[in-house]
Design a protein around this ligand. Sequence first.
Ligand code: FO1
Length: 312
Amino acid sequence: MRVTALAGGTGAAKLVRGLVASGVADLTVIVNTADDTEVWGLHVSPDLDTITYALAGRLDLERGWGRTDETFRCLETMAALEEPTWFALGDRDLATHLVRTRALRAGRPLSQVTAEIARRLGVRVGLSPMSDDPVRTRIRTPAGWLSFQEYFVREKARVEVLEVAYEGAADARPAPNVLTAIGDADAVVVCPSNPVTSIGPIVAIPPIAGALAATRATVVAVSPIIGGAAVSGPAGQLMAARGLPVSALGVARAYAPWLDALVLDGRDRGLAAELEAAGVRPVVGDILMTDRGSEAALARRVLGAVGVGRAR
Ligand code: FO1
């Protein structure tokens, strides 16, 4: 089965690992890059790195970002030099950003650089940024506009969110293999990532939304919301800021034009009828991924929903 996944960070990394473990051989992962930022003059692509490290067996599972067996000597030295250190780059992680930044400055597109870094780390899954063009999530707070990392890491998502914008999305071109990967897939899996700041920027690129609506693949999402709250991170606050209910129904509404099926937690089974009424097939089960076994089990449940075909 040909599977294409749309992915943000940690939750996506777990499901993608589950898809690999459950035997999906032809897998392409399209990753959000609207969280990308510049730190100490280096281009950092947090979601691409989280997925790459996870597939390479090098993701620090406790933090959910950065590399295993990490040290922070450079960070300590930057602090001594009175440089900003609120965004923590580890020593091993730094190597990735050095390689990426040098290649980008030499004029190579992010998609090529991403594939090259993944290959060098032993990753065999097709990995692509959503676009080679810069798209950036901006968060409007009472104190003004922030970048996503300023909001999420520096302010610890504790500030009020008034508005979310995807700068550059309307004119961004999908990265070279993105539209084919969606059009030729048997299944498109929307990972349990933040619908507003992880999946939102991907589908804000108009040709990508068009490809999702047109594909013959079944489009299945996994809810990142259980029982009215995000499994992790600020998805609830951001969904509310966008006027979406903080529930599996809100997730379905965010993906409404092209979603066929939504995998939601058993605790939310009461929403199944409303989902069906909205034209989305509910698939109820345990969706919390706490270990490798539950990652693979969720992947199998997602793939099980595919055989049924497109709902629309
Ligand atoms: N998240 C944090 O909460 N604090 C950090 O200092 C931090 C550093 C960091 C460095 C590299 C990287 O690839 C990711 C990093 N993250 C950090 C995670 C990341 O910024 C967010 O989890 C994602 O952008 C959300 O998907």
